[in-house]
Design a protein around this ligand. Structure first.
Ligand code: URA
Ligand code: SF4
Length: 212
């Protein structure tokens, strides 16, 4: 800085995150987060859901249109794919904690439709204090990053998804399994079946790790 002014403070949810391990208290506090501009023009914050004792934590990108309206994670088209994969992997939905890297729906409106927009690095980092709080509150023994945004948030750097499948990463002492985002299955044509099978395989591998 040559003009003597202070550098801009990065956007952050930090001041909105209470010092608690209570998931209901964290979820409630998240409703009034103003840590970045993404809350504007949304219905609500969509916080993580599941049990504190979950062995496995799944991290998605951000809520979509349906999630924003309903206030719950993975209740739209991507959710249908995810829950089928979870079932095919032999995992009990009730033993999961499921959240997103970014907790507000980033979109642009064209006519009546709200189209998903990918969160940028500043927004992913701004929302990271919520994930940190969730990692502290839920002592998951394995974490699954669904897609690039989740991986960027958890690992603090961008990794190529296909090449990172099966690699060993760690966050907060727990292994991180990187796999495709279920919406990638919806976008893929010929590769859709393969991609879906890959997610099932990766979830199965994660549940093996969770048992140790
Ligand atoms: N996509 C996500 O990443 N998360 C959701 O909750 C819904 C769609
Ligand atoms: Fe806060 Fe995250 Fe929403 Fe931004 S996206 S306002 S940091 S909860």
């Amino acid at each position: 800085m040559t003009d003597g002014s202070a550098p801009p403070t990065p956007m952050s949810a930090a001041e909105f995150v209470p010092d608690t391990l209570s998931l209901p208290d964290l979820a409630e506090a998240s409703l009034t987060c103003r840590g970045c501009p993404l809350f504007v023009d949304t219905t609500q914050t969509v916080f993580g859901e599941g049990t504190r004792t979950a062995a496995m934590m799944l991290v998605g990108e951000q809520p979509g249109d349906q999630e924003d309206r309903k206030g719950h994670v993975f209740v739209g088209p991507a959710g249908r794919v995810l829950w089928e994969c979870v079932e095919d992997a032999g995992i009990d939905r009730n033993d999961l904690y499921v959240t997103n890297a970014v907790k507000h729906f980033k979109h642009e409106t064209t006519g009546k439709r709200r189209l998903h927009k990918k969160p940028n690095t500043g927004e992913i980092e701004a929302c990271h204090p919520w994930i940190e709080a969730e990692l502290r509150a839920v002592h998951a023994t394995v974490i699954v990053a669904l897609g690039a945004t989740a991986a960027r948030s958890l690992l603090g750097r961008s990794v190529p998804i296909a090449a990172s499948r099966g690699a060993s990463f760690e966050v907060a002492g727990a292994p991180v399994v990187v796999t495709y985002h279920p919406s990638a299955v919806l976008r893929a044509d010929e590769a859709a079946r393969e991609m879906r099978a890959a997610i099932v395989d990766d979830l199965r591998a994660a549940s093996e790790l969770a048992r140790r």
